[in-house]
Design a protein around this ligand. Structure first.
Ligand SMILES: Cc1ncc(COP(=O)(O)O)c(C=O)c1O
Length: 438
């Protein structure tokens, strides 16, 4: 079993935020993770001694910036897609400003298919567990298609009582007009982990029954990548979208990892400098993927920091992360369940433990308390220096599904300790007493 003292003393010590804010109990890692010193150092190093524009110059610093970018691209691709070098040759990563841009880019690529194939009818399957960033870009392309007389529709996979996506509904929803399926690897509200292998089997079997090719499949691994391996190459997914800032990396950088062959079929979505082969008065030709999707000057300091974040997570290892966070997850859910009756707590989804003592649950829980508005609760917790997220967490459909308009979310990371959760429960008890009295 992973030694919690090693976790507490060594890993937490690598995050300057906890030295600078010694009283802080940070339980909002699902919104953004704190940054270890190595990530801050890599970002600073780029600005203080490596600054040059990548891909544009022939002097040494510019060449080194290009090499750095490609080195991090390789690291991130391996981190998201899996370790098998043979398979990795088929995959690449497009750098973006984060998961939101990644999902918008993918949606615009799908739109290109609709127009280039002159599609008259299509549907896209999402789930009720999705973050708004994995809903609205697809709503927009469906609405635009409809305005052009195309029969277009969004369909949603429902949720089980525990919050997991009802994958079995794929056989009902997927049909010959399904253009794409875009779902989350883990919800940012329930923390439930989607079983990607079952997803693959269900999609493959339904497509073979229909005698059709697989639709394009998109995985939002924003919440999962910091906590569990994504292993894109072991799944049927074509695209994985994520943000570095949730993986202990810098803000303003993220990516789409995908098969090179899949990316090859698309035209650039945004255009400009840095991605062209030839520009003539009437038109231009573009570099191959991934560069063709990365116009303009990249966020090089962010990319350098992202590389350091991937090294940091790899150094700790997913096995250690999982064994620590699974214990935190049980402790968090047990604590909420113990207070359920007394406090009038309703969790968004339920905790369930599998036979092998693992769960399909990240160390994250969202809940409401009867008679106490999450914003009021959040304020009282803040006075006690306990930072949690309140509101709908950019996922209104999940909340509506459970009949809870908004919730309080507690989310953990590798630096979270049981004492953080104890402080949260202590503050929660005080807050409930305070509100019940007033
Ligand atoms: C599941 C999920 N998808 C997408 C996003 C969007 O990420 P970003 O705001 O970094 O673009 C988030 C952010 O919370 C998320 O939790």
């Amino acid at each position: 079993m992973y030694n919690i003292n090693v976790q507490k003393d060594m890993i937490r010590g690598e995050f300057p935020m906890f030295k600078n804010q010694p009283d802080l109990t940070y339980l909002d890692t699902a919104a953004t993770a704190q940054k270890p010193q190595v990530v801050i150092d890599a970002t600073n190093k780029f600005y203080s001694s490596q600054t040059a524009s990548s891909g544009r110059g022939s002097y040494t610093l510019a060449v080194e910036a290009s090499l750095l970018l490609e080195d991090v691209r390789g690291k991130v691709t391996k981190f998201i897609c899996g370790n098998d070098n043979e398979i990795l040759r088929d995959y690449t990563t497009v750098f973006t400003s984060g998961a939101t841009e990644s999902l918008n880019l993918v949606a615009r690529m799908l739109q290109q298919l609709v127009y280039s194939r002159k599609t008259k009818k299509f549907n896209i399957i999402l789930s009720l567990a999705e973050h708004h960033s994995n809903i609205i870009p697809f709503q927009q392309i469906v609405q635009t298609a409809k305005s052009m007389g195309i029969e277009a529709e969004l369909k949603y996979l429902g949720l089980n009582q525990d919050g997991a996506i009802k994958l079995e509904q794929i056989s009902e929803l997927l049909d010959s007009d399904t253009l794409a399926i875009s779902i989350t690897h883990s919800s940012n509200v329930t923390g439930k982990i989607t079983d990607l292998s079952t997803f693959g089997k269900l999609v493959t079997s339904k497509c073979s029954n229909l005698g059709r090719d697989l639709p394009l499949t998109v995985l939002d691994c924003c919440q999962s990548a910091p906590h569990i391996p994504v292993n894109l190459s072991q799944t049927i997914f074509d695209f994985a979208c994520y943000s570095a800032h949730k993986i202990y990396g810098p803000n303003g950088v993220g990516g789409i990892s995908a098969k090179i062959d899949v990316l090859r079929q698309f035209e650039p979505v945004f255009t400009g400098g840095g991605i062209v082969e030839l520009v003539e008065e009437s038109g231009s030709s573009f570099q191959p993927a991934p560069s063709r999707f990365e116009p303009g000057t990249p966020n090089m300091a962010g990319i350098a920091g992202f590389g350091a974040a991937v090294d940091f997570v790899n150094k700790i290892g997913y096995q250690n992360i999982i064994s620590h966070e699974q214990e935190l997850s049980k402790y968090l859910w047990q604590g909420l369940n113990d207070r359920k009756e007394n406090f009038g707590i309703q969790t968004v989804g339920l905790f369930n433990q599998s036979e092998n003592n693992n769960s399909n649950q990240l160390a994250l829980a969202s809940f409401s308390i009867q008679g106490i508005h999450p914003h009021d609760l959040g304020q009282v917790l803040d006075v006690k220096k306990v930072a949690v997220r309140v509101g709908h967490h950019c996922a209104q459909l999940v909340h509506r599904n459970f009949g809870i308009p908004s919730s309080t979310r507690v989310s953990c990371g590798i630096y979270t300790d049981f004492s953080d959760l104890d402080k949260f429960f202590e503050a929660l008890e005080d807050a409930v007493k305070f509100f019940r009295k007033s």
